[in-house]
Design a protein around this ligand. Structure first.
Ligand code: NCD
Length: 295
């Protein structure tokens, strides 16, 4: 049985097929592909976009959603995660979508369930559907010609599962990646790295991907203040001026820290388009995993 734990779980040609299917789903019309199916969502970390996106995708495909409310579940009575998921699995859902603060949880659980597990974000490790929707947004914008496009990823890259998944996926699709972050947010990597912005980086970028500072994953505060960070790394008008590029952010955006109010309104900023695209991509992923699953 196939699960979706990291972007590596799908080949390049499978991803292009998912994009073709997702393009059809952008019409936002209801479908019946998953009629009679049931999907369980279990989120141990907060979420606005990802949870509602998966649940909208499920409903648009004609399936039902069973959402486990973690704060009211028996996990708070000392039940192990394994037992919680084994019990949910015994109710025979057609897929379980899980988010957890610890890296590796979805992979471990996938070994004990009878249905596909979809990782909706695990710690700093991976957020595969977010990377797919980001690439889908880039792919649509550039009419499929993404090879060689220059992307600048900026922010708390080291602690971001969105960055980790995008770096794997965008490298595979031959985008040219540059990382911009202060030293404490920079991962160990052989990619091109800059510790501050310069005009050249912007001049050479087709895409900027801004990321939120993952304060919930910091054991200790390694920077003076978010305002200091913003002075150097916030995407604002005097930085990008009128350069032709697109700006992505997975949300939640910390306004005037990650992106200025002015640039949030700019037509180059595709944050809400990413949200729309996210539902279509998740529909394509759910359809593929569930209909291909022969048990
Ligand atoms: C991201 C996440 O949860 O990893 N958000 C999302 O899923 N859209 C990014 C973040 O929280 O900064």
């Amino acid at each position: 049985m196939r699960h979706f734990i990291t972007t590596k779980d799908f080949s390049k040609s499978e991803i292009i097929k998912l994009f073709e299917e997702a393009k059809d789903f952008l019409d936002e019309k209801p479908r019946t592909f998953l009629e009679g199916k049931s999907i369980t969502t279990i989120f141990f970390e907060n979420s606005t976009r990802t949870l509602s996106s998966f649940e909208s995708a499920t409903r648009r495909l004609g399936a039902r959603v069973l959402r486990l409310d973690v704060s009211r579940s028996s996990s708070s009575k000392g039940e192990t995660l394994y037992d919680t998921v084994a019990n949910l699995d015994a109710m025979s859902p057609n897929a379980i979508i899980i988010r957890h603060a610890h890296s590796g949880v979805p992979l471990i659980l996938a070994k004990h369930t009878h249905c596909p597990i979809i990782n909706a974000g695990d710690g700093k490790h991976s957020h595969p559907t977010q990377a797919l929707l980001d690439l889908f947004t880039i792919y649509n914008h550039f009419n499929g010609k993404v090879e060689g496009k220059k992307i600048c990823i900026v922010g708390d890259i080291k602690n971001s599962r969105v960055a980790a998944s995008n770096i794997e996926l965008l490298t595979r699709f031959n985008l040219d990646i540059v990382l911009v972050a202060p030293p404490h947010f920079m991962p160990h990597t052989s990619l091109k790295k800059f510790y501050q912005f310069n005009k050249n980086i912007i001049e050479n970028s087709d895409i900027i991907m801004s990321l939120r500072t993952q304060t919930e994953r910091h054991n200790k505060t390694v920077y003076a203040s978010l305002q200091d960070y913003a002075n150097d790394f916030c995407i604002q008008k005097n930085l990008i001026e009128n350069k032709k590029l697109i700006l992505l952010h997975p949300g939640p955006v910390n306004r005037n820290i990650d992106i200025s109010d002015e640039i949030m309104k700019d037509e180059r900023t595709l944050v809400l388009k990413q949200v729309k695209n996210g539902i279509a991509i998740r529909m394509a992923v759910l359809k593929k995993l569930i209909l291909e699953n022969k048990g």
